[in-house]
Write a protein that binds this ligand. Structure first.
Ligand code: CNA
Length: 238
């Protein structure tokens, strides 16, 4: 175990107020591609960049293309929580971790047993009618062909926050409160470039800011501990 991981282990052992804030890199070891890694969705040369397809205006203008991408790239059959998801759930059960704040939409934290999960960008495991708001099983969105329709004629959409759409303010405020009051803030698997979520780091005022990310981020210099390794591999040592 290297000395940074050793230090993190020590900090975790002493704390009962850990908050975790993560992104797509938390799930790559579960087989779900992120956006910005070399084998991430940006490098896969889809017809349009992911941020364009996952935008509200694109969804409205070209729903067929949206659903093709959604089913092809966002829904990964059989993906299971990895060591990072499992460790976070364990810390919560032990009373050490207060909240998981995630930009992910894959539901893997809950699958691992985490209960207090703040999903900033929603979840592909929920769906609703874009016209009448009726809730629908996510299956219609995640599987099958073409554009799924509600009995009212509206399009059934995933309960995710698309680009150009606002984040839920209550979820954002709750995330801010957890981060403001955290003893240790561990940020993992996120490039910290997608706002407003990336701005959450500004609310942490403590002295144990930990970044666990494969690639460097623009925020590395602010952290008290930086680990450029795979998060599942790191967390399996904690
Ligand atoms: P991103 O911009 O793709 O950045 C991911 C970061 O994680 C990169 O800096 C990588 O270096 C790093 N990384 C990749 N694998 C690992 C690993 N095993 N261990 C540690 N670090 C790793 O993704 P962000 O989350 O920062 O961007 C925000 C978007 C991506 C959010 O809106 C997400 O909803 C969206 N997204 C989510 C998923 C998902 O739900 N699993 C998948 C793809 C994209």
């Amino acid at each position: 175990m290297n000395s940074a991981v050793e230090t993190l282990k020590q900090w975790v052992a002493e704390s009962d107020n850990i908050v975790f804030f993560g992104g797509a890199g938390v799930s790559t070891e579960s087989g779900i591609p992120d956006f910005r890694s070399t084998d991430g969705l940006y490098s896969q040369h889809y017809k349009y960049p992911p941020e364009q397809i996952l935008s509200h205006s694109f969804f409205e203008a070209q729903p067929e293309e949206y659903f093709r991408f959604h089913r092809d790239k966002l829904v990964i059959e059989g993906a299971k929580p990895n060591a990072a998801h499992l460790k976070l759930a364990e810390w919560e059960r032990e009373g050490k971790l207060r909240a998981v704040i995630t930009q992910n939409i894959d539901g893997l934290h809950q699958a691992a047993g985490s209960r207090n999960v703040l999903e900033l960008h929603g979840s592909i495991l929920r769906a609703y009618c874009a016209r009448c708001g009726k809730k629908h099983p996510a299956d219609a969105v995640n599987h099958g062909e073409g554009v799924p329709r509600c009995s009212c004629g509206g399009v059934i959409r995933p309960d995710i926050v698309m680009y150009e759409e606002p984040l839920d303010m209550d979820t954002m405020q709750a995330a801010i409160n957890y981060i403001r009051n955290a003893d240790i803030l561990i940020i993992g698997g996120t490039s910290l470039v997608v706002y407003p979520a990336a701005g959450l780091i500004d609310y942490y005022g403590g002295s144990k800011l930990v970044l666990v990310n494969l690639a460097q981020t623009a925020q590395d210099s602010r952290a008290d501990l930086v680990i450029h390794e795979k998060i599942g591999q790191v967390f399996s040592q904690l």
